[in-house]
Design a protein around this ligand. Structure first.
Ligand SMILES: [Fe+2]
Length: 414
């Protein structure tokens, strides 16, 4: 269930990449013949494909080396960031696509221990990597400010969960706990691993909700970096239609509250002009606005979201943003108010993480509290969970529920 341990193992993934580069550089008759057949191309065309593949894989290897050097430079304590933690989930498109290809290959009944020099495997790898050359899926934009605006119940519950698309045992446990609370809506703040391919959207996301999620809830999903590594086709063309969601940004509002989901991944860790033009038309009136994004503004472990803050600066200056909830970092964190905004990270949806430790903080961030308890399902890692928002007219309660059905803490936002 979930991501294969071979694809989560950093040295194994790097070894696979290394062997692929060697085999491609050697490019014997078996490799080129099989690749041409699988791809339906001639040898001259294959030569260009092969060179591109080698270049992409070597660029990924160089990136890992640079990241490793940075981590060692900044801190000599073991890294805590999930990006370089024990489970290898790097924020790099080529590596994520290699991992997706490995998952597909490992799922084949005949290739449980696939031969990494197998020309057919190299063709699978090429097929997966060349999705990057297709470019991004089209971005569905609004026609008028009223588009993508929905009713938020004045009395009701909404579950927010992020970085949940692994299909692993924690994802199942979290979904079961969401089900136990029977929310009206479930919003996923993004990341279907490894690269949001249609296959991964089906297996690690839609099938998991169908098996374990609340049957009567309406589902929503934000776009995220892993979803975009394969161009966002799985997210825009499979996931959104399955949820009946028209776009990657939306506003759910009532008289008192407004939940605005924004796409911070179509342009990585940034917003784009169409949705910012739309946002301007959403913030009128007295309702308090809570933003939902995949990417963070603040993080103790990664570079802060300066581009997001620049786009939102006028609203932050006017005090028009009440709260901001994000994921991406695989932790549960309450930050001190920033520019008057309540800032929370809920990226602890299902990806295993090492419980955070203040000695390992790499970037300044004013943290009020964070989740440090171990997971009952995997005691060497942190506990997973979600946020349950309970609206009662002007009053909002936020409970951070864990994968065992307990509560990390509860706050009132009113
Ligand atoms: Fe992410």
């Amino acid at each position: 269930m979930g991501l294969h341990e071979e694809t989560l193992d950093k040295s194994n993934v790097l070894h696979v990449i290394d062997e692929a580069v060697s085999a491609l550089q050697k490019d014997d008759v078996a490799v080129s013949g099989s690749a041409c057949e699988a791809l339906g191309i001639g040898t001259a065309e294959w030569a260009a494909c092969r060179d591109q593949l080698i270049e992409d894989l070597q660029e990924a290897e160089d990136w890992v080396e640079r990241e490793d050097a940075i981590v060692q430079e900044v801190s000599d304590t073991p890294p805590v960031d999930s990006q370089d933690g024990p489970e290898f989930i790097p924020s790099h498109p080529t590596i994520a696509l290699v991992q997706s290809a490995m998952e597909e290959q490992l799922a084949e009944p005949t290739s449980r221990h696939f031969n990494r020099r197998d020309p057919k495997w190299l063709s699978v790898l090429y097929h997966r990597l060349r999705t990057r050359a297709r470019g991004k899926a089209p971005f569905p934009g609004h026609q008028q400010h009223e588009d993508f605006r929905f009713d938020l119940p004045e009395r009701g519950t909404i579950a927010l969960v992020s970085d949940w698309g692994t299909g692993n045992v924690h994802a199942a446990a979290v979904a079961q706990q969401i089900s136990a609370r029977n929310p009206d809506h479930v919003v996923h703040l993004g990341d279907v691993y490894y690269s949001g391919t249609p296959r991964e959207v089906q297996r690690n996301f839609l099938d998991m909700w169908r098996s374990y999620g609340p049957p009567h809830a309406r589902y929503w999903a934000l776009n995220a970096n892993h979803d975009m590594y394969s161009g966002g086709y799985g997210y825009f063309q499979h996931l959104l239609p399955a949820f009946g969601q028209p776009a990657s940004y939306f506003n759910m509002q009532n008289r008192f509250w407004r939940l605005v989901g924004l796409d911070s991944a179509y342009v990585n860790h940034n917003f784009n002009t169409p949705q910012m033009a739309w946002l301007e038309g959403q913030l009128a009136g007295d309702a308090r606005t809570v933003l939902l994004t995949h990417h963070h503004l603040l993080s103790p472990f990664r570079k802060r979201g300066n581009a997001l803050e620049e786009w939102l600066d006028p609203y932050l200056t006017d005090g028009r943003i009440y709260g901001w909830i994000w994921g991406h970092e695989h932790h549960l964190i309450e930050f001190a108010d920033y520019r008057g905004v309540k800032c929370r990270c809920i990226g602890h949806g299902s990806l295993p993480y090492v419980p955070p430790d203040r000695r390992r903080v790499r970037h300044p961030a004013d943290i009020v509290r964070w989740e440090t308890r171990p997971s009952p399902l995997q005691p060497s890692r942190g506990i997973h969970g979600f946020a349950l928002l309970t609206f009662d007219g002007p009053s909002l309660q936020v409970e951070y529920v864990d994968e065992a059905g307990g509560t990390a803490w509860t706050e009132r936002w009113d």
